[in-house]
Design a protein around this ligand. Structure first.
Ligand SMILES: [Zn+2]
Ligand SMILES: [Zn+2]
Length: 181
């Protein structure tokens, strides 16, 4: 039985993990599990940027993954970067196993606005589906409402939906069929 592993990196509230567990199951129709794992955060921390190296965390996530896990998504409140970008909402291996999403810049207070829990949860879900979509081989989609539409700013996340367009959805399930899942 294959499943999607949801792995908190640092502290993530339990209700938020359960929300992701249920919502990702509804989207991908694959069992979802929550798993705890230890991370060496100091090795991926950049003190000059006060951020964490996304690819380094992704590597730790994949290296410690159980072989039965079909996909793994790390969820963190840490602020992520890769050297060519100021920040990242997330990162994924195209058609690979691992993905990571950061909630850090999805909270309204980050932009000086009052927190909106529902908006925050939806943003995190959209970015989680988006990054996992990459692991199912999807590239960015030009359909504005499609969850695979690329997001540079948080406003871009808000304008898209938490759903795949018909073409992207077909590709995800085609990928699963190809692997007999
Ligand atoms: Zn993307
Ligand atoms: Zn699409």
């Amino acid at each position: 039985m294959s499943y999607i592993d949801i792995v908190p990196i640092g502290d993530i509230e339990k209700p938020l993990l359960l929300f992701l567990k249920q919502s990702l199951f509804q989207t991908f129709k694959i069992e979802t599990r929550i798993r705890r794992q230890r991370f060496d955060l100091s090795s991926v921390y950049d003190p000059t940027r006060n951020q964490y190296h996304s690819s380094g965390l992704l590597l730790q996530l994949i290296n410690d993954a159980p072989p039965e896990a079909l996909k793994i998504i790390g969820v963190t409140e840490l602020d992520l970067f890769i050297p060519i970008f100021t920040f990242l909402f997330g990162e994924a291996q195209l058609e690979g196993k691992g993905a990571i999403v950061s909630a850090h810049r999805l909270h309204n207070p980050f932009y000086g606005l009052p927190e909106n829990k529902d908006l925050f949860k939806n943003r995190l879900l959209k970015e989680g589906i988006h990054e996992l979509g990459h692991t199912f081989g999807l590239i960015h989609c030009f359909t504005l409402k499609c969850v695979m539409n690329t997001s540079t700013y948080v406003e871009d996340i808000d304008q898209k939906s938490a759903h795949f367009c018909r073409i992207c959805e077909r590709e995800v399930f085609h990928w699963q069929e190809g692997k007999n899942i």
